[in-house]
Design a protein around this ligand. Structure first.
Ligand SMILES: [Zn+2]
Length: 286
């Protein structure tokens, strides 16, 4: 039997999934008509194989010039999360779920956070564990068995698009967050102008290139996720649009594409149509 991974919307919508006209090597993408979630029709075997790529000592550490840009961006994001906590705390207890080889853990460590990571890929986790003063659990979040109300900030960056059950992991995050704690999710936006224009050519849909991208969120499906976990949705921000990859375009078309990207960057933010999505949720507090 070659059953695809998803028979129902993982956000637990009751409507039947519909086929889209986006055809990927592993089959057509499906769409939940209720929340707009896009879902791969790949088989479990295909998914497992693509995930193998992830387990290496280098993990997802940004290399070279990217590193400084990444570090600045993530420092701003973590500092902003700290400011959103409803209580003052100098050294927030922080967890990165799916920390890979620890690029974000290093940033958090430099911010002075009490830094923890969880990573199921053994080789990547081993590299992360070499960062001084950082605690890394090798395995899945649920197996780490952290206490209730334990963390001030939890992040899930470029992870949720790999999961068949995003609700259960997010409920676990909700359990281990302190009241008032912040949960940040970073992923692609399936409801972006980039997807509308590029369709199957959006590189984020490439399951092999990204080690198992199978589930693509929208602002609407993020709202559903927050409801399931009884977290307050504080903010959704999206940014960046792209209408063609350089390799697919002539010089002129690429120049026009760059101009369009610049012109539409701001409206894409206003209308939640950028392809990079950052979601902020908060555990209710009194
Ligand atoms: Zn749905």
């Amino acid at each position: 039997m070659n059953l695809s991974l998803f028979e129902h919307c993982p956000l637990q919508c009751t409507t039947a999934l519909e086929q889209t006209d986006i055809e990927l090597p592993e089959g057509k993408l499906y769409r939940c008509p209720s929340c707009g979630q896009l879902l791969s029709s790949c088989t479990q075997a295909w998914y497992d194989e693509s995930m193998q790529e992830f387990d290496n000592p280098v993990g997802t550490v940004p290399q070279g010039s990217l590193d400084k840009r990444y570090s600045t961006r993530m420092t701003n994001i973590l500092r902003h999360a700290q400011q959103q906590l409803p209580y003052p705390i100098e050294k927030p207890r922080y967890l990165d779920v799916g920390c890979s080889s620890g690029a974000l853990l290093q940033v958090a460590q430099r911010c002075g956070f009490d830094t923890h990571g969880v990573e199921p890929a053994k080789q990547a986790a081993k590299t992360a564990a070499t960062i001084p003063n950082v605690q890394v659990f090798t395995g899945f979040l649920q197996d780490a068995k952290y206490p209730d109300n334990h963390f001030d900030i939890v992040t899930l960056f470029e992870v949720i698009e790999h999961l068949t059950d995003p609700v259960s992991i997010s409920k676990e995050v909700a359990r281990i967050l302190k009241p008032g704690g912040i949960f940040l999710i970073g992923t692609g936006n399936a409801d972006s102008w980039t997807v509308r224009q590029l369709g199957k050519r959006w590189e984020y849909f490439d399951i092999t290139g990204h080690g198992g991208h199978i589930s693509f969120f929208t602002p609407k499906s993020m709202r559903k996720l927050a409801q399931h976990c009884q977290l307050e949705l504080k903010n959704i921000s999206t940014k960046r649009v792209n209408f063609g990859e350089k390799k697919d375009l002539s010089n002129l078309a690429y120049t026009l594409n760059r101009i369009a990207r610049e012109l539409l960057a701001l409206p894409a933010r206003w209308f939640h149509k950028g392809h990079d999505m950052l979601v902020t949720m908060q555990k209710p507090h009194t």
